[in-house]
Ligand binder design. Structure first.
Ligand code: UDP
Length: 192
């Protein structure tokens, strides 16, 4: 996709539908993919933290998750068509994963949220092969990463909040052939 750069972060210039379709193609082709859904808070944090900025710049796709990013692009004279949120993308990919019998590993949020998702997800996404569902308050990141690598999921969703989720993904993404995406507080919303 063409990009629009806002404060040194290149945002993809496309729609949620086009983006989701591209990510699905990459999953089918087993192309390792790192997606960041970035709001203005994340962009400002990256502006002040060069290490985190490098992590964002290493992503395959950074999507505009926040109206402030659209406003920024508009001011630069290079408007973006719509927000591409972590929650919408997560829902679209879980539905696709269910339809196509793909596998997913979900890590993040509090234990009680994960307990609810253990009931909700198999009901809502019956065809999805959930190979990992664990909370985000672990001590040993390497052990979690080893488990993800062992499961080799098509999709890894990390809901650890920023900057933690992107740092985790950037460190371990190359242990599988699939998608890795940070989804912030999306598990909390999914659990209702
Ligand atoms: N979280 C986590 N581990 C941590 C810190 C946070 O799993 O060490 C989870 C938290 O329970 C919540 C999500 O990460 O589900 C962060 O949500 P928030 O909306 O604050 O994140 P943002 O969208 O701002 O990145």
């Amino acid at each position: 996709f063409p990009t629009v750069t806002v404060l040194d972060i290149p945002f993809i210039n496309t729609t949620t539908a086009q983006f989701t379709a591209a990510v699905q193609r990459r999953i089918v082709q087993q192309q390792n993919t790192f997606v960041v859904t970035a709001n203005p808070e994340i962009v400002m944090y990256a502006h002040d933290h060069p290490d985190y900025r490098d992590v964002l710049q290493s992503a395959d796709y950074v999507t505009p998750d926040g109206i402030g990013i659209l406003n920024g692009a508009q001011i630069l004279g290079d408007p973006l068509p719509e927000r591409i949120t972590g929650f919408d993308t997560l829902q679209a990919l879980l539905q696709w994963g269910s339809d196509q019998h793909r596998s997913a590993y979900l890590v993040g949020a509090k234990p009680e949220v994960i307990a609810r998702l253990k009931t909700i997800l198999p009901q809502r996404y019956p065809g999805l092969n959930i190979v990992g569902l664990r909370d985000g308050y672990f001590q040993d990141a390497q052990a979690v990463a080893d488990d993800i690598a062992a499961q080799a999921p098509d999709m890894v969703f990390a809901a650890l909040g920023f900057p933690k989720q992107e740092q985790f993904i950037a460190t371990y993404r190359h242990t599988t052939h699939g998608l890795w995406m940070g989804v912030g507080g999306s598990f909390d919303v999914l659990a209702g």
